[in-house]
Design a protein around this ligand. Structure first.
Ligand code: PLP
Length: 367
């Protein structure tokens, strides 16, 4: 019987380090690495991961919200932290904790300048976000002149960076589109290089950008998913090592007979004598109901066992017929030996979603 008695998300910093080194090997030595640790470092632990990334050489970190940056500062992280989606109501914290906002619309720029009149701050460094085709957040190229005009009359803001985000950098069928994004970004960058009297940092590559378009490294890259061991296509997955392993134990084993059913709504009906293991984790822990009814498989003593029936809130059942196992045995839901790609065997979603959804109820453990 295993010593492990609960559901846990194991975090492997050696894997993080290997992924970090691999990404660095695609880049020129001087290119800076921004470690993206938004959403609890993609569902792992932003403090553990953020601190370790800084230790192994990340010069910057990035989060989505100001509150996420504040947590890192309170834990002692001192490197610049870019906030992708800052809220005006939180500007006091942004200033107090020396976080760097992404500025992506005139509305936000005006709001920020307005807010800053109430704060003691010399010149707040901001990163201007340019829309080059993702059509999510960012200024249009046609707005560059008006941004500049705005900035020239504004003493409290300085451009510390100019950046954009790629829409399909891991997709071989979209190479031309990605190149057009990079070209548009070059244009925006050139504009600010010409008109600003000081230097700033330029960045466009996310994980797949680093792996497939390292020529667009500029001054810095923003690595997220690849640090955690996944990419956007099978070749990328193969290069990387899973950082997070979701483990649990078999809570109960039973053998059911032909015609017996498993779980709510009786979605699984046994066609023969079947051995069922109940695992103490469910959709409240982040294993979505989309993975029920044979759509995902976990690893029980080295063997793949499909989830059967509907996933419950706190439990799910797997078919362990033919697998030698006992109550209390450890199960790898996904991770090092059963990657998210193997777990989500029908590719109903992407590794980003699977790992970020592991709920805070699950204990994080360093291994
Ligand atoms: C999340 C995010 C990243 C990281 O992307 P990955 O594909 O996970 O490497 C980079 N930049 C921005 C703006 C993001 O929102």
């Amino acid at each position: 019987m295993s010593k492990v008695l609960e559901t846990r998300l194991e975090i492997d910093l050696n894997a993080l380090e290997a992924n970090f080194k691999l990404l660095k090997s695609y880049l020129s030595p001087g290119t800076k690495m921004m470690g993206v640790v938004k959403a609890f470092a993609y569902g792992t632990d932003s403090i553990i991961i953020g601190k370790h990334l800084v230790k192994i050489g990340a010069q910057h970190l990035a989060v989505a919200y100001i509150e996420e940056g504040v947590r890192l500062r309170k834990a002692g992280v001192e490197v610049p932290i870019l906030v992708f989606y800052p809220q005006l109501e939180e500007i006091q914290n942004l200033v107090d904790y020396q976080l760097t906002p992404s500025v992506y619309t005139h509305r936000f720029l005006e709001g920020l300048c307005q807010e800053l009149t109430h704060h003691e701050v010399d010149a707040l460094g901001v990163h201007l976000k340019i829309n080059t085709g993702l059509n999510r957040l960012g200024f249009e190229l046609s707005e560059l002149d008006s941004i500049l005009t705005h900035l020239e009359s504004e003493k409290k803001i300085k451009v510390a960076g100019v950046f954009s985000h790629l829409a399909a950098s891991g997709n071989k069928n979209e190479v031309e589109f990605t190149k057009s994004q990079i070209a548009k970004f070059e244009e925006a960058r050139g504009f600010f290089k010409t008109h600003l009297e000081y230097s700033f940092e330029s960045h466009i590559c996310n994980s797949s950008g680093i792996l497939n378009f390292p020529e667009a490294e500029f001054d810095m890259v923003r690595a997220g998913i690849a640090l955690y061991g996944y990419g956007n296509n099978p070749e990328e997955h193969r290069l990387l090592k899973a950082v997070a392993s979701l483990k649990t134990v078999i809570a109960q084993l039973r053998t059911i007979q032909k015609g017996d059913s498993v779980g709510y709504e009786r979605k699984f009906k046994a066609e023969q004598t079947t051995k069922i293991a109940t695992l103490p984790l469910g959709y409240a822990d982040g294993i979505s109901r989309i993975f029920g009814n044979g759509k995902a498989q976990v690893l029980v003593n080295g063997k793949k066992a499909p989830i059967v029936g509907n996933v419950c809130m706190d439990t799910l059942m797997v078919d362990v017929t033919g697998i030698a196992c006992e109550e209390g045995d450890e199960v790898e839901v996904f991770g090092k030996n059963n990657t998210v790609v193997d777990f989500d065997l029908q590719q109903q979603t992407i590794p980003y979603e699977v790992i970020t959804r592991i709920s805070q109820r699950v204990t994080r453990v360093l291994v």
